[in-house]
Design a protein around this ligand. Structure first.
Ligand SMILES: Cc1ncc(COP(=O)(O)O)c(C=O)c1O
Length: 423
């Protein structure tokens, strides 16, 4: 428990009660129906400031963007916009969210392996330059759209890099995945774009994993990219102005507890990439920003013993905290009642995978207690399912310590009516 509190700089126990950002939320949560999420905007902003400061010590031209899919609550997108980040989107829905939030074309990066014609037309109308492409057919469709409007569309190619077998094994997105295009075939896309009067190569894009906290991965990737860019520039006369290193960093608390240094990442980039003064380095991170800037509050519904093990069942489950296998959620008691029996914590679903934490916990837990789930801001709200229960509400922690609602929970009656909508 102590180690977990140390990992999250904004958490502390005072008189055995959990404090976040120096304020106790214990009294405010008692009037709110559990389970619910809490957004910590101050921590989100702090994560950004820390990243920017650490990377810009070494990188001369830097663009930091927020990957909307990690959590597209309006409050999160607005916080990203207000601190000056760009935004990475992958669909019409996310494009519309970015527009509504006030991001302009120069702030937007448009990704996705199968963009529709409608999406590509809107992106062209908006004047988005950072369109990441990973197929020749999409490139040809973009060419037709820009020819019709007599424009030159800049394009970045999302490649899958050549990594060692060991590194490939550790990455979520592997060589044979549907995402990106192999680096050798990608050369054809660059050549096609450079020969078309309606297209112009802009950059190279790589995104191969999530929860990354490894300097050796970046060392390998950057060495590959430097050679690859030299090959494009010297042998094919294709000028690469931008290097998009994708997302993939794990949440800040996890990075720090793994000894990963953002400042070192910045110097790895400048030490490896030739001609860095003439290149824009882009990051489009999701988990790093939102992972640990959310907590969830859940109530213990039931406890039981089976096969010699104690189980604790909470009212939040895998339908809200997905995809659990990618995330190390931490669990802490709202009120520290001292040491208890080792137990595992599960959600309320009739699913064996509905287990909240990889590790057992050994603090005292009783039915009716409140627990706090940590590191739960990335790919939870944006991927959550109803699966038997309404999706939880979301609150924002204000500086006063009060909680302000920013998204309502699903309404049970509406859920029932929707099931019978056309019956
Ligand atoms: C193309 C692309 N960029 C960025 C991200 C953000 O990744 P992360 O949240 O791991 O930083 C994703 C996530 O799937 C992605 O697909």
């Amino acid at each position: 428990m102590k180690n977990l509190v140390k990992k999250y700089s904004y958490l502390s126990y005072q008189n055995n009660v959990l404090y976040a950002n120096g304020v106790s939320i214990e009294s405010s949560i008692r009037n709110i129906k559990t389970p619910f999420f809490v957004f910590l905007p101050k921590h989100f902003e702090d994560n950004y400031a820390h990243l920017k400061e650490s990377l810009s010590k070494n990188i001369p031209n830097l663009m930091i963007s927020y990957a909307a899919k990690a959590n597209y609550l309006g409050s999160v997108l607005s916080a990203a916009k207000n601190v000056g980040m760009g935004v990475e989107v992958m669909s019409m829905f996310e494009l519309k969210l970015a527009e509504k939030c006030g991001f302009t074309a120069k702030d937007i990066i448009f990704n996705g392996p199968a963009k529709t014609e409608e999406e590509l037309k809107l992106s062209s109308e908006l004047g988005i330059d950072r369109v990441n492409v990973d197929s020749i057919n999409e490139l040809k469709q973009i060419e037709k759209i820009s020819e019709k409007s007599d424009k030159i569309q800049q394009i970045t190619v999302r490649i899958h890099p050549n990594l060692s077998k060991e590194t490939e094994k550790r990455m979520l997105i592997k060589k044979n995945s549907k995402l990106g295009i192999d680096f050798a075939r990608a050369v054809k896309l660059y050549r096609y774009a450079s020969e078309s009067p309606f297209l112009e190569p802009l950059g190279v894009h790589v995104h191969v994993g999530t929860n990354i906290a490894s300097h050796s991965f970046y060392e390998e990737l950057l060495r590959f990219l430097d050679d690859y860019i030299k090959e494009l520039e010297q042998n094919h006369r294709i000028l690469i102005k931008e290097i998009n290193l994708g997302g993939g960093l794990t949440s800040r608390s996890e990075l720090e507890s793994n000894g990963f240094s953002l400042e070192k990442l910045g110097s790895q980039i400048t030490d490896t990439i030739s001609n860095i003064d003439n290149k824009l380095i882009i990051f489009e991170l999701g988990r790093y920003f939102v992972g640990d800037s959310f907590i969830a509050i859940t109530k213990v519904l039931r406890t039981k013993k089976t096969w010699g093990r104690k189980w604790v069942f909470t009212d939040i489950g895998a339908n809200s905290l997905i995809p659990m296998r990618y995330t190390n959620y931490g669990v802490l008691p709202m009120q520290d009642k001292g040491k208890g029996q080792y137990c595992r914590i599960g959600g309320p679903l009739c699913l064996p995978v509905d287990v909240l934490s990889n590790e057992s916990v050994d603090f005292k837990i009783e039915e009716g207690d409140y627990l706090v789930i940590l590191n739960c801001g990335a790919y939870t709200l944006s991927m959550s399912e109803q699966f038997g229960y309404p999706r939880p509400a979301v609150y924002e922690l204000q500086e006063s310590g009060l909680l302000k609602i920013i998204k309502s929970a699903d309404n049970l009656e509406t859920m029932v009516n929707e099931a019978f909508q056309f019956s």
